[in-house]
Design a protein. Structure first.
Length: 580
């Protein structure tokens, strides 16, 4: 029996601000139709096309995932977010101009088979939506029934309808011509689409240089295709405000992207193509692809999260070691990238004794000079790290209450590592914080449990800090999780089956989700206790908001991503595997 295969979120600002879908996976062969981008005028920022939007919408509305998600804390938080309220405002303005609400019933009316949405202004939510819709069905739609409230216009013998809301000045324009529904928030977009539908010689989106280059680099379209002009989208204030990942600087290296979604009974696969602005800019990263592939053979089957990346900088490598393994740390608080909160009126902004405090004096670097950071940095520079592997897993304690987070890092350089120098640098880092008189920071040799010999042996601190290291030629292993370290060492002689790539990552949702819920529930417990009796409080971010999203997607077993780069083209394959 076939089962519901996935939940995805697609932006459909055209009518409801957003729509989501869940599909029943089917093995059906489709012949790709000509893209509706040929009917879109140029200068769109985002183009989204569905092979059969009507079927997707029906399947999502009938799915159990939708019913569950609507009751979750994740949906509650999203419904109160600034983004949702902004979309809701646009939805209300559209309803006032069109004379009917763009709800799920409206979506069902206008959702044809092949359907496409182009967004021209993200801030003003200006869009053009085109769908293949049989005339017999179109004339029964709600918007067609409201046409008497619209002004009738005509261009080259083709009729269209326009109405402007006097209060918000929101425009709704639509036309039905040759089994196509055309719906827009600007009159000129409908006029341009009608002209293109009549085969007039006028500019179209599919003729623009950035769009042509992006499509040319992609393969056959999937059931959904998303094309984004990243060079322009990343300039918008809305993107800087609402983009959750906040990796805006990284995205600015790309000109455009294409994402295609493919479905099967047990897998969702997304094929992405990103075009770099500078074809030579990522050459150093691409050259490290073979080293990333070599590290992939070290990934044990029971890790919760793994990441292998190419050519990390010295700063990135040092940050990984310090944040994932060499903690806890004392010393100055790391600088924050967030603006400080403004003090409440009743709080004093200073006192007399503060007059002698120098605010223009740099923070002393004495701690850094004595704790080994400089020595470790010098070692990393000399090793010239070409690839880095992260292995993470959560482990529930014997008492069944506490959950520990463990990490193992592998750095592959171009030269052999000096094990003694690494040991001394780590000793200088952890000794001032964890012990007195260097007690508990002496290294001891430990034989691995898998072979009992030198193959998986390692060095470990003899104190409470379970920091272990091992050197195997050009590979440095640093870990606070000896079992995973031993498992990785035992795999070092295995041949690599991975292809050269600049990035590999995987997440075992089935293995980690219960530990995540247990850990975050403990962390959030004080806040939840203090908020007891407050019915209007927002759900806790980790233990209720994200945990409820995890519960909705409980059938997702794992996610993986592989990124490759050739010249100015980066390809990414993302897989979501579902439980049978």
């Amino acid at each position: 029996m076939k089962r519901l295969a996935a939940l995805s979120i697609i932006v459909l600002l055209a009518v409801a601000g957003w729509a989501t879908f869940q599909s029943l996976a089917q093995n059906v062969t489709h012949s790709p139709a000509a893209s509706l981008a040929r009917l879109m005028p140029p200068n769109a920022l985002v183009f989204l096309e569905a092979r059969d939007f009507g079927a997707i919408l029906r399947q999502w509305n009938s799915s159990s995932e939708k019913q569950l998600w609507l009751t979750t804390g994740n949906h509650e938080v999203f419904s109160g977010s600034r983004l949702f309220l902004r979309l809701k405002q646009a939805q209300d303005e559209f309803a006032s101009a069109a004379g009917l609400a763009p709800d799920m019933s409206f979506l069902g009316d206008v959702a044809g088979q092949q359907s496409a949405l182009a967004i021209y202004d993200i801030g003003k939510l200006e869009f053009l939506y085109i769908a293949r819709l049989p005339s017999a069905r179109a004339i029964g739609s709600g918007i067609w029934q409201q046409r008497a409230r619209f002004e009738t216009r005509e261009i080259d013998g083709r009729t269209f309808y326009v109405r402007t809301d006097p209060q918000s000045q929101r425009v709704v324009a639509f036309a039905m011509d040759d089994d196509h529904l055309i719906l827009a928030t600007r009159e000129d977009l409908v006029v341009a689409a009608l002209a293109l539908l009549a085969d007039q010689k006028t500019a179209a989106l599919n003729q623009q240089g950035w769009f042509v280059d992006a499509i040319k680099s992609a393969k056959d379209p999937g059931e959904l295709r998303l094309v984004v002009h990243l060079a322009e989208v990343t300039k918008t204030p809305q993107f800087r405000t609402y983009w959750v990942q906040q990796n805006i600087t990284e995205l600015r290296q790309y000109e455009s992207s294409v994402s295609d979604l493919f479905r099967s009974p047990d897998t969702y696969r997304e094929e992405r193509v990103l075009l770099l602005k500078d074809a030579q800019g990522g050459a150093n990263t691409a050259d490290a692809g073979p080293q990333v592939a070599e590290l992939m053979r070290l990934v044990p089957p029971d890790v919760g999260v793994y990441r292998a990346s190419a050519a990390p900088s010295v700063e990135d490598s040092l940050a990984l070691l310090e944040q994932k393994v060499l903690t806890p740390r004392l010393g100055p608080t790391p600088p924050s990238s967030l603006a400080p909160n403004m003090a409440a009126p009743e709080q004093p902004t200073g006192k007399e004794s503060d007059l002698d405090v120098r605010i223009d004096t740099p923070v002393s670097t004495a701690a850094e000079e004595t704790n080994g950071d400089l020595a470790l940095r010098a070692i990393l520079q000399q090793a010239n790290v070409r690839a880095a592997l992260q292995l993470h897993r959560s482990v529930a304690g014997p008492d069944g209450v506490f959950v520990g987070l463990h990490s193992t890092l592998v750095l592959q350089g171009t030269t052999d590592w000096d094990e003694l120098a690494v040991e001394q640098a780590i000793q200088r880092i952890v000794s001032p914080e964890l012990t007195a008189s260097s007690l508990g920071v002496a290294w001891k040799k430990v034989a691995g449990k898998q072979s009992g010999g030198a193959a998986d042996s390692y060095s470990e601190l003899d104190g409470l800090a379970r920091i272990a290291i091992a050197v195997r030629g050009k590979c440095l292993f640093v870990s606070n999780d000896p079992p995973t370290l031993v498992a990785a060492l035992a795999r070092i002689s295995q041949p690599s089956s991975a292809e050269p790539a600049i990035y590999y990552a995987g997440f075992d949702h089935r293995r980690e989700r219960q530990n995540f819920l247990r850990l975050t529930t403990l962390i959030d417990q004080p806040s939840r206790s203090n908020a007891a009796g407050n019915e209007t409080r927002e759900p806790q971010f980790f233990s209720q908001n994200l945990a409820s999203l995890s519960q909705t997607l409980a059938a997702v077993k794992s996610e993986s991503i592989v990124a490759k780069r050739t010249g100015g083209v980066e390809t990414q394959t993302v897989r979501y595997d579902w439980a049978p």
